[in-house]
Write a protein that binds this ligand. Structure first.
Ligand code: LIP
Length: 281
């Protein structure tokens, strides 16, 4: 049966690849670093330039579509997901890695209709790995099918997570409590690529059994969430139950057994949601 969004997804893949080329070229240049919510929440002119390149290329072809872009939201645009066709864009997932030339950076593009992700694209630029998923049609890396790990035993697992950009002592305490609890299950190891999108692609690829985090944003995980699901994985909130992509909380795992075991160890908290109204000035 013809896929209504195939042509749209092909545009997303081309846009992600072009964006990735710009990111890789910019890695050779002197990067002008700016900050957003704190001194460790970094952004560069390349983040802003790449997001605009993607948005302009989409607008030319799909003028009625809507956008949720990391840097557009940072510039004051609302972060609200409607039923309209919406592109959810992180131009450089792993901006801190990009600034420090730590070799994991990704362009993440998700496409949502009726509040459901129809396709996800994550381009790991330096690895030249194009991760894609179309709802109900599987997940792939450079065209090869992806399948999550078959591991059911948490003590035989490697888990991915990130410390995030909050330096609030209470939040950091909870992040480290969760990390200690999980490490001491014990698990084989804990890893972090420095980008949620690539961490989720590592789950989909069977390289790690799960990724969890509190503090990332919808643009970091929207594409990866479908890639994980279509590779046979599961998504869950950090306190169990359905994941809410606007909540800034996620567990993405190879199966429910591993996901539920991780949930038991997380010292949960609730950061401001992505769709919270901006604070009154
Ligand atoms: C990053 C996420 C990561 C999180 C970082 C940051 P960015 O996204 O991918 O999971 O821990 O704080 O939010 O800012 O590089 O696009």
């Amino acid at each position: 049966m013809a896929d209504r969004w195939q042509n749209t997804m092909e545009h997303a893949v081309s846009a992600a690849r072009r964006a990735g080329q710009v990111v890789c070229e910019a890695l050779q240049d002197d990067r002008k670093v700016m900050t957003k919510s704190s001194s460790v929440d970094l952004v560069t002119q390349t983040d802003q330039k790449v997001e605009q390149l993607i948005i302009q290329s989409v607008k030319e072809k799909f003028p009625t579509h809507r956008f949720i872009g990391e840097e557009s939201v940072a510039a004051g645009e609302v972060c609200v997901l409607t039923d309209d066709p919406t592109w959810i864009i992180d131009p450089i997932d792993g901006t801190t890695n990009f600034v420090h030339t730590f070799p994991f950076v990704a362009v993440s593009i998700a496409f949502s209709v009726n509040k459901q992700v129809e396709f996800g694209v994550v381009y790991s630029c330096l690895e030249d790995k194009m991760f894609t998923a179309r709802r109900g049609r599987g997940a792939f890396c450079n065209g090869k099918p992806l399948q999550v790990s078959g591991q059911e035993d948490i003590k035989q697992s490697v888990i991915a997570t990130e410390f995030g950009s909050s330096r609030d002592p209470e939040a950091v305490d909870k992040i480290f409590t969760s990390l200690k609890n999980i490490l001491c299950i014990p698990v084989h190891g804990v890893r972090g690529a420095g980008t949620a999108a690539i961490n989720m692609c590592l789950v989909a690829s069977g390289c790690v059994e799960a990724y969890y985090e509190i503090g990332m944003h919808i643009w970091d995980v929207a594409a990866g969430s479908l890639i994980v699901s279509e590779a046979g994985g599961v998504l869950m909130d950090v306190e169990g139950g359905a994941v809410d992509l606007m909540s800034r909380r996620i567990v993405a795992a190879n199966n429910g057994t591993i996901a539920e075991r991780i949930v038991k160890e997380i010292d949960a908290f609730s950061p401001p949601r992505d769709d919270d109204p901006p604070p009154q000035k």
